[in-house]
Design a protein around this ligand. Structure first.
Ligand code: ATP
Ligand code: MG
Length: 486
């Protein structure tokens, strides 16, 4: 999981916890506050309603009106409060109005707490299950007529009204918190992005450096801890680059210095071979031939190392020769034909029917494919086949050099491009080679933007080398180029 994701998750987790805590606390306060407000409102309203319905209640008690008139007087208040009003007549008042009205409610026994509180003149709100089985809030107030108490007015409101109000407030609160969390998440994401930008820059630079871009440095590092790492990276890159340059210079100088004595030794053996004494001495001639062969091998290695040193130091000049790769392949096949024939290996070539031009130094191109064909022939026993085919894929020419030779074991495959690496040396004891050819080919191809890949199913199952090289397709050449077996 990336640092950015982790940072985001941790921050979001903390924010969610903090906001949930705040919401819960605020919600509890709001709920309690709402109940206190609601009850306060019920108590003040019942007093006003008691005053409002007093004339109607007095008329009813005096038998001057009926139930319907009383209900009509209650109706607007009941609608306003969303509850039910009930009028109880006190004993004293009942006495006063005895016999005048048959529909009056006597006080219930025992008296409910809100009625008791209203009689005591200290109204309260009580909560209990009403006759309809629903939880209600009850409050009551005295109804006065001519300064005397004629009854008690009870108001009951289902708690659902309070619950709806509470739910509405909770909804607003939770909605607000969710919106706030989202905003905070966006801010955190933006901050994480800002913070990690320099880290990403550092990572990209390290990757570029690892891919061989030794000149790459981090430009204007930030003024923080990551900036300090960037400075350290730049210093390290500087040192590695100068160390590698020193190494390349050393390799280049050494190979160069080897050349002169080698040429001298070669000239001396030539001279010795021509001497009449040596000409008659077969043993001496044999030794001189062996020395010559070793000198040639050494000279080849020195040449290879010099080229690698130039490639490493980016000092190889890209060629601008216009080469028709089809003609080049035919010519090279001719050159390698004798070597293949000597080994009893069949060398085949498939090329497109039309010319394909690439811009390259002919010597570099020859070095690459001579080594690949040399390998294919060298590592294939008599009776085997080497097939070199060229196919155009878009603006890339794909070379496939497939042989039926000794193959490469899977554990050796990843190393065949390493310098001086020879897979399974014991098996290759009699096959000449220094293990530089593929690394030189790969370095040259890299410089020209090409690529090389070696595949082998395993020992004695042959080897296939694929080289991809981009070319400039001329406008009139844009049609398909059919493979043309040679
Ligand atoms: P040099 O090319 O310097 O004369 P070399 O041929 O041994 O020596 P490379 O061309 O670099 O070196 O190849 C490296 C190794 O890869 C070889 O030693 C061989 O083990 C293996 N290899 C390369 N091509 C083939 C092939 N066609 N078949 C089997 N093994 C191969
Ligand atoms: Mg080779």
């Amino acid at each position: 999981m990336s640092i950015r994701t982790r940072l985001l998750l941790v921050n979001l987790g903390l924010l969610a916890m903090a906001f949930t805590g705040i919401s819960w606390f605020a919600g509890a306060q709001i709920t309690a506050g709402l109940r206190v407000d609601f009850e306060g409102r019920l108590m003040s309203e019942i007093r006003l309603i008691a005053q409002g319905v007093a004339p109607a209640a007095a008329a009813f008690a005096r038998d001057e009106s009926d139930d319907a008139a009383l209900a009509a007087a209650f109706a607007p208040y009941e609608a306003q409060m969303g509850g039910t009003l009930r009028l109880y007549f006190t004993g004293r008042s009942l006495e006063q109005y005895a016999g005048l009205n048959t529909a009056c409610n006597p006080l219930p026994h025992p008296e409910p707490p809100e009625i008791e509180a209203a009689i005591a003149g200290q109204p309260i709100v009580s909560q209990r299950i009403a006759e309809d089985g629903v939880v209600h809030l009850f409050t009551a107030a005295s109804v006065l007529d001519d300064g005397g108490v004629i009854g008690l007015l009870q108001l009951s409101v289902p708690t659902s009204a309070l619950q709806a109000l509470t739910a509405q407030r909770w909804g607003v609160l939770v909605g607000g918190m969710v919106a706030l969390t989202l905003v905070a998440a966006l801010v955190v994401a933006w901050l994480a992005r800002q913070l990690l930008r320099s880290l990403r820059q550092l990572q990209e630079s390290a990757a570029r450096f690892a891919q061989g871009d030794l000149k790459h440095r981090i430009v204007s590092p930030t003024n923080d801890e990551i900036g300090a790492v960037a400075h350290a990276f730049n210093t390290m890159a500087e040192r590695i680059q100068s160390m590698l340059e020193a190494q390349h210079t050393f390799a280049s100088n050494t190979s160069h210095e080897f050349r002169t004595p080698l040429t001298t030794i070669q000239l001396r053996t030539e001279a010795l071979k021509r001497s009449p004494v040596i000409m008659q001495d077969t043993a001496a001639r044999k030794y001189l031939d062996e020395i010559d062969a070793e000198i040639a091998r050494l000279a080849g290695m020195v040449q290879g190392l010099t080229l690698l040193a130039r490639l490493d130091a980016d000092r190889l000049e890209l060629g601008r020769d216009e080469v028709d790769i089809v003609r080049f392949a035919s010519a090279l096949r001719q050159q390698m034909f004798a070597q293949a024939q000597e080994k009893g290996v069949i060398l085949q070539l498939d090329t497109p029917s039309e010319p394909v031009h690439i811009q390259v130094n002919l010597a570099h191109l020859t070095l690459v494919f001579r080594n690949l064909l040399d390998n294919a022939i060298k590592y294939t026993s008599g009776g085997g086949t080497v097939r070199w085919s060229l196919v155009c894929e878009g603006d890339t020419i794909v070379h496939t050099i497939a042989d039926t030779g000794i193959g490469i074991a899977p554990e050796h495959l990843p190393h065949v491009f390493d310098r001086f690496y020879r897979a399974d040396r014991a098996r290759l004891r009699d096959v000449p080679g220094s293990g530089l050819g593929l690394s030189i080919a790969a370095s040259i191809l890299h410089v020209y933007g090409g690529s090389i890949e070696v595949q082998s199913p395993g020992i004695n199952q042959g080897t296939t080398v694929m080289v991809r090289w981009r070319f400039q397709r001329p406008a009139q050449n844009a049609g398909s180029l059919a493979a043309n077996p040679d």
